[in-house]
Write a protein that binds this ligand. Sequence first.
Ligand SMILES: [Zn+2]
Length: 171
Amino acid sequence: MNQVHGDKVEVVSQYSDVDPTCDALVTTNPDLSLAVMVADCIPLLLISDAVAGAVHVGRAGLVNGIANHTIEVMRNLGARNIHAVLGPSICGKCYEVPIQLQAQVSAIHPDSYSTTRHSTPALDLQAGLVAQLISQDISFEASTVCTMENSLYFSHRRDNPTGRFVGVVKI
Ligand SMILES: [Zn+2]
């Protein structure tokens, strides 16, 4: 998908040469694999027996509720017992932000409030997203790898320009 930090969820039923502009893909087609590309943002993969979803969750996505939108779309398509996998992303000790931004995001998602090792304002996107998933009654497993601290992964904060790594999900 052509990711734009928006809140649009696209349901796809077959392969297309045109990349949909959205930040979440959902399918009920077991022959399709869905991919999300990231470098510090969270690659969120949602799995159930009948529906799969791949979601790009950055700071904007945490605020606009893209994960919840995707879960709603999946449930409307018949998904039961959705399980979430959160791939490597930038951690709450590394994702330094201006204090106004920290206040703005943590007002909506208190669990995302964080500070760096130097006690400057930061956000923990994964903690914020996990709280959202728990409120939706979604089971999850989350990577403990920080992309900025681990050179095996691309990190937009550490190296710009950089590449992207990909989370893939299939029913
Ligand atoms: Zn880190």
